[in-house]
Design a binder for this molecule. Structure first.
Ligand code: NI
Length: 209
């Protein structure tokens, strides 16, 4: 087939330009779609840590405690396990002291959630928590319920086998005490080394909001 020497060169160039334009448009469209999807996935307002969310756990008396029924009141929440050698007891003692320093009308819920449903029932979690302060409510549940709650609060935990111990295993876990607002959103967290007065002050400020 006879072609002028210019024709085959001109058309492919135009096509290439058109194809490049289409590709650029598709890339932009894809990026916009990705941004929209990313926005939809992250419902947390900018600047707020994504801590907290739905949970359903069981108290010592068998009743179900959910995030929904806590709405309207700020609360403290901490995850651990009753066989914990030091961090959990220390932290719960601090939370207990923080609650003790509040006056009668400054009431706040304080929750202790076990990360060890194999060994901790809601009853043992409840008894353990109450030993530090009667205001601390121990919660347990099924493995799935506890995993859901831990995920919502960005709690890390890992089972670590103990070779030479009757305990069999321990649980490595993050040990932050979270202060949640009356609307169920994250306010702030305290390390296990925080002073009780720090927690008391933050709770008081939250109750006065
Ligand atoms: Ni612990």
């Amino acid at each position: 087939m006879a072609r002028s020497p210019d024709a085959p060169r001109r058309w492919p160039v135009r096509r290439r330009v058109a194809a490049a334009g289409l590709l650029a448009a598709l890339v932009l469209l894809g990026a916009a779609a990705a941004m929209l999807l990313a926005d939809r996935g992250d419902r947390t307002p900018t600047g707020t840590a994504a801590v907290g969310g739905p949970f359903a756990l069981t108290a010592a008396d068998g009743r179900t405690v959910t995030d929904q029924e806590l709405l309207g009141r700020p609360f403290l929440i901490f995850f651990g396990f009753t066989s914990c050698p030091d961090v959990c007891p220390t932290t719960l003692a601090t939370v207990g002291a923080a609650l003790e320093a509040l006056t009668g009308h400054e009431r706040i819920e304080a929750l202790f959630v076990t990360l060890d449903p194999e060994r901790d029932t809601p009853e043992t979690a409840g008894q353990y928590a109450a030993a530090f302060h009667p205001g601390i409510i121990g919660l347990g549940g099924t493995r799935a319920q506890i995993d859901d709650a831990a995920r919502a609060y960005r709690v890390y935990s890992a089972r670590v086998p103990l070779e030479d111990s009757a305990l069999g295993y321990t649980i490595d876990h993050s040990a932050f005490v979270y202060l949640m607002g009356a609307d169920g959103t994250y306010r702030q967290h305290f390390s296990h080394a925080a002073a009780a007065s720090e927690i008391t002050q933050a709770v008081r400020a939250e109750l006065e909001r």
